[in-house]
Design a protein around this ligand. Structure first.
Ligand SMILES: NC(=O)c1ccc[n+]([C@@H]2O[C@H](COP(=O)([O-])OP(=O)(O)OC[C@H]3O[C@@H](n4cnc5c(N)ncnc54)[C@H](OP(=O)(O)O)[C@@H]3O)[C@@H](O)[C@H]2O)c1
Length: 305
């Protein structure tokens, strides 16, 4: 049996509950891992709230929170290649199986071994924030020297995106609230405080010809306000970007992407900026902070193994 944080019905945070479950049994394409660390993401509360029924509406309860984890392989399904018991890995969990747990199952093709030098807490941020940053930048395919505006640069995806973009020679500007100034400028990106006055006016003053591309991590009215500033436009969180002439990020979720992000981390080119870690029995606090929509950098559940 192992401890997990999940929910037995869709709803707000009060449906969350800790419980014991038998270790999940990996299917032919899956691996069972002992979780060392799990990333905390907005999709976790969206799934719990029932806001993404296409992903988990058909799954039985209880469902466990969390999409991404790093840990050690305990068992390997027959069809999985390139992974063995005892490997340290990071990857995407099956929806509903969750990662806010002592053990879980990951998808074999969406799981990669990690270098010994990489702490599990960092590795746990690779699947969601890390590979989203790569996918966005590969999709935009901008030459070095291009200007990039990142809307919502101070969260998990934004702060990873800023660093990978700067490493590719892009000139990066990002919007965030006042408390994130130091974090954002520490990456080398230009910080624009969206809480002070008309942010579109200030961005236009900063870049009169607009930006070669805008990446949106915020969505809604904020996306609509900033969309005209970019020659290219991609959103990671709001599919209605298509109505504005932009594109939703195309996710690959493959092993190669995980390995590329791990290499960037080991090379010192990408720091996930984990601003706080939480033990498993306080995972609900971590998710509450992300659900406030104003988390700073990345939050990680550290099982301290
Ligand atoms: N499609 C995919 O595969 C995929 C993958 C990853 C994430 N996502 C989505 O992408 C979005 C961002 O994810 P994340 O992990 O970066 O979330 P996060 O770590 O929770 O960060 C969200 C950030 O948004 C900022 N923010 C909120 N309102 C803002 C505004 N009006 N202008 C500028 N910044 C604002 C917040 O900073 P302030 O406190 O400064 O406001 C916060 O740092 C979420 O919707 C998530 O579901 C999608």
């Amino acid at each position: 049996m192992s401890k997990a944080l999940g929910y037995k019905a869709f709803g707000e945070a009060d449906v969350q509950t800790f419980f014991e479950r038998p270790d999940p049994v990996p299917g032919p394409a899956e691996v069972l891992i002992r979780v060392e660390a799990a990333g905390v993401n907005p999709l976790d509360h969206k799934l719990r709230s029932g806001h993404a029924p296409a992903l988990n509406g058909h799954l039985p309860f209880p469902q466990v929170l969390g999409m991404e984890a790093a840990g050690t392989v305990l068992a390997v399904g027959d069809d999985v290649t390139g992974l063995a018991v005892g490997d340290r890995v990071t990857g995407f969990a099956l929806t509903g199986a969750g990662t806010y747990a002592e053990t879980t199952v990951l998808l074999g093709t969406s799981t990669a071994r990690i270098p010994d030098a990489l702490p599990a807490t960092w590795a746990a941020t690779i699947p969601v924030a890390g590979t989203t940053a790569l996918d966005v930048l590969d999709q935009l395919d901008l030459p070095a020297g291009s200007s990039l505006l990142v809307n919502g640069i101070g969260g998990g995806v934004g702060i990873a995106l800023a660093q990978v973009a700067l490493d590719r020679g892009l000139v990066v500007t990002g919007t965030a609230s006042t408390a994130k100034r130091e974090l954002v400028t520490s990456t080398g990106a230009t910080f624009v405080d969206y809480t002070e006055g008309d942010v579109v006016e200030r961005l236009r003053a900063h870049a009169p010809d607009g930006f070669d591309a805008v990446v949106d991590n915020v969505g809604g009215d904020s996306l609509r306000a900033l969309a005209p500033l970019g020659k290219k436009l991609v959103s990671v969180g709001d599919p209605s970007v298509a109505e504005l002439g932009g594109a939703f990020v195309e996710r690959r979720l493959d092993r190669a992407g995980l390995e590329r992000v791990a290499e960037l981390m080991v090379a010192g080119k990408l720091d996930p900026h984990i601003t706080q870690t939480y033990p498993l029995d306080r995972a609900d606090e971590a998710l509450a902070l992300v659900e406030s929509l104003h988390a700073k950098g990345k939050l990680v559940i550290d099982l301290g193994l």
